[in-house]
Design a protein around this ligand. Sequence first.
Ligand SMILES: Cc1cc2nc3c(=O)[nH]c(=O)nc-3n(C[C@H](O)[C@H](O)[C@H](O)COP(=O)(O)O)c2cc1C
Length: 240
Amino acid sequence: MTTSFPRKAFRVGIICGSQRKPRVGDQITNFVLETVQLHSSSASTSEKHNISFDFDYIDISALDMPFYDEPGIPSKTTPSEGYVHEHTRKWSRRVASLDAFIFVTPQYNWGIPAGLKNAIDFLYHEWKGKPAIIISYGGHGGDKAAAALKMCLVGGIGMQSGDKMIVNLSFPSRDSLYAAAQGHHLGLDASKEGGIWSSERKCITKAWDEMVDMLVSKGVAKAAVQVSQMFTHLKMALQK
Ligand SMILES: Cc1cc2nc3c(=O)[nH]c(=O)nc-3n(C[C@H](O)[C@H](O)[C@H](O)COP(=O)(O)O)c2cc1C
């Protein structure tokens, strides 16, 4: 007799960090999302570990958050009761419900957009310990923004991100950088060979695989702790 266990569904937030009008951030976030969706539906890892993925597309411009206005410090706040404002509680519930994140960010003056940093700063425990992929873009791939974001996510709020989980997407020419600045259609296609950033898709899927490994090993470690706690309780009960 074979027993089939229900699939574990991980929830991944994919964040579009640009909130300009016009912008190309939405096109790039969709390209990244389609790339990982195509990959994860065909990847053997999902079969092997009996896992699946749901995505939550988070557009920073649609969050409509004010500048940081909580009286407390998020790292010292208990999410369920500690926030004063409903917009923070709503954002807290959304981020807490997700297992991992893909941050897609432009580079603005060697940093990340203020709106993205502001949305991150509102929370702490909801991000902590979760894996984060960073996808930056810019004239030279936005590597400075990616480094700044990594420092904030890993150093500041304790998320997990390795070197293989960072991808820098460079606009292929000056003309395309100017076209991007005007929000023009970039013609990105996650399923087409030879198009813009078609070879970078491999880096994106490698980053994804790294993140899946983190999620799986975190799950295995958690299960091991639960089993060991179960044995301890059993032993104590038998000794009574
Ligand atoms: C305020 C601002 C600062 C920028 N700074 C940089 C920069 O430091 N390096 C870079 O390569 N491009 C820079 N750019 C150009 C962006 O890469 C380009 O405009 C891109 O389209 C921005 O992404 P978005 O359209 O999703 O907002 C900057 C653009 C803006 C609006």
